[in-house]
Ligand binder design. Structure first.
Ligand code: HEC
Ligand code: HEC
Ligand code: HEC
Ligand code: HEC
Ligand code: HEC
Length: 362
């Protein structure tokens, strides 16, 4: 090719890029244009870059994409729900407002990212987040997760003497952040320990749930730790040298360091021991007329210490990791609740004599 031809072709390409840049004006959230120069788009939308495609594919396998809770908002008389269940509600709440408009849409990329405003994929929430009792959650990009995945109640003002229960009484289905930092359960005035996860997961939820698994249905933007259909687990975030160093093979099986649920014998896995405690406490709560079929019994008026046991049972069940997020805290609040219900003292069982037989009633 002659030099002149080359220059003409180059000019033509430049002209096309400029024309596309002008036509495809992407207006950002402050009403301005992103960039006049189309090449600015290529840092994310290039012919080679597969990150957006991969994220979009994983996204489709996520629970977030389901939109399952998008109608649980003011159309059902609950104005306070949309800030965590819908895109509009979440974005308005970040501005300290409530959502306006007739429709609520499920989450999508722009719920968490504002790439055309920020020219980066940085997530919308960077600052530390306060959970309902005022405790601070500060774990990098997981602060975004904590904005929604936190309990809806402040245990200090919610679990009080003469409290009246209802079927929906409790911390709410979303208390994973509280569990991870070990706060906002009913602690009976005790010092409850935390597991290593509380401190070592500096990027919180993201380190485990978004670790790149190589599998479209696990990790990344699927947020899944377990693909039940394939029976695959995402252990990439766990099996790193500083943490579990290839300890996990298939599943999150890790032997507990103690017989937490006092059912005798060698310690089982952490999750099995927690399940044992959850079962035992459930039986005690049912016997006390405080819980039925997994729900608090409506209209019961009770003491803070008894209601606290209900709250703690829900706190562990709703967290749904069966102790993975914070084993020590889960064990601590469950044991204190069981001790209280059986002896009237949250520390009621003398150390070394913890053996109890719940196995028969289970
Ligand atoms: C910082 C990364 C980034 C940059 C820079 C960027 N985008 Fe995007 N863009 C995204 C993401 C993320 C999405 C949503 C995922 C998708 O649709 O691929 C998106 C989606 C889009 C969409 C689809 C809109 C929709 O509603 O689904 C268009 C059109 C678009 N971008 C155009 C542009 C143009 C034009 C530029 C340059 C002026 C640009 N983008 C720059 C990240 C970026
Ligand atoms: C602080 C944020 C937040 C608020 C406020 C909130 N939710 Fe939720 N809700 C969540 C999250 C996060 C989940 C998903 C939890 C999960 O899947 O682990 C959820 C899930 C649910 C579920 C589904 C439970 C299931 O097992 O599928 C119901 C029902 C629900 N919320 C009802 C409500 C109602 C009703 C309100 C308003 C009165 C409300 N929520 C307010 C964060 C919130
Ligand atoms: C629920 C919030 C949320 C939604 C919705 C979301 N992202 Fe992300 N995304 C994140 C977080 C958090 C990170 C940062 C991960 C990190 O810091 O390691 C991220 C990172 C990314 C990255 C950087 C590379 C990577 O894969 O980690 C890309 C690309 C991306 N997101 C694209 C998308 C696209 C495309 C969509 C829509 C299909 C989307 N995101 C929806 C939370 C979200
Ligand atoms: C805007 C609020 C919001 C944000 C931000 C958010 N979530 Fe969610 N998350 C939800 C809701 C609500 C659900 C339940 C599904 C639904 O209704 O879309 C959910 C579901 C999930 C689930 C699936 C639970 C199941 O039932 O299988 C996981 C895991 C999860 N979120 C983790 C995260 C992580 C990790 C982050 C941070 C990167 C995050 N979420 C950010 C609101 C949010
Ligand atoms: C140390 C790793 C780790 C961290 C940090 C972590 N998770 Fe998890 N999470 C897990 C594991 C492992 C499970 C699944 C246990 C299982 O499937 O048996 C789980 C389960 C869950 C579930 C239930 C999912 C389901 O399918 O039932 C939700 C929702 C969830 N985590 C959200 C979060 C949020 C939000 C955060 C941050 C506040 C977080 N997790 C932090 C490892 C982690």
């Amino acid at each position: 090719m002659k030099f002149r031809t080359v220059s003409v072709v180059l000019l033509l390409i430049a002209a096309i890029i400029m024309a596309i840049g002008c036509e495809r004006k992407v207006v950002n959230e402050s009403g301005g244009e992103l960039q006049a120069d189309a090449s600015a788009c290529f840092s994310c939308h290039s012919d080679q870059d597969r990150d957006l495609r991969a994220a979009a594919l994983q996204w489709q396998t996520s629970k977030h994409a389901s939109g399952d809770n998008v109608d649980r908002n003011r159309h059902n008389g609950y104005g306070s729900c949309e800030r965590c269940h819908t895109s509009e509600g979440f974005l308005a709440n970040l501005e300290g407002e409530s959502a306006s408009g007739e429709y609520f849409t499920p989450f999508e990329c722009f719920t968490c990212h504002a790439p055309h405003t920020n020219t980066s994929l940085e997530v919308r929430v960077q600052e530390a987040v306060a959970i309902a009792n005022g405790a601070t959650f500060d774990k990098g990009s997981a602060n975004l997760c904590a904005s929604c995945h936190q309990g809806r109640r402040n245990v200090d003002t919610y679990v009080v003497d003469d409290v009246e229960l209802s079927e929906h009484w409790g911390p709410h289905h979303s208390n994973q952040s509280d569990m991870l930092i070990g706060s906002n359960a009913y602690e009976y005035g005790l010092e409850i320990d935390n597991s290593a996860h509380t401190n070592v997961t500096t990027e919180g939820c993201v380190m485990c749930h978004m670790s790149p698994s190589g599998d479209i249905t696990l990790g990344g933007h699927s947020w899944n730790m377990h693909d039940e259909e394939k029976d695959h687990y995402n252990m990439t975030g766990c099996n790193v040298a500083a943490c579990h160093n290839e300890e996990f093979e298939e599943g999150f099986e890790r032997q507990a360091d103690d017989d937490y649920d006092w059912d005798g014998g060698d310690p089982e896995t952490v999750q099995a021991e927690i399940a044992g405690l959850v079962d035992s406490l459930e039986i005690l709560l049912e016997e006390a007329g405080l819980l039925h079929d997994g729900h608090p019994v409506a209209d019961v008026i009770t003491s803070a210490d008894s209601a606290g046991a209900v709250f703690n049972w829900l706190f562990v069940v709703e967290d749904r990791s069966e102790g993975v997020h914070n084993t020590e805290y889960a064990v601590g609040i469950l044991q204190a609740s069981i001790n209280y219900l059986t002896t009237g003292d949250p520390e009621g069982m003398p150390a070394g004599n913890k053996q109890r037989n719940f196995a028969n009633s289970r």
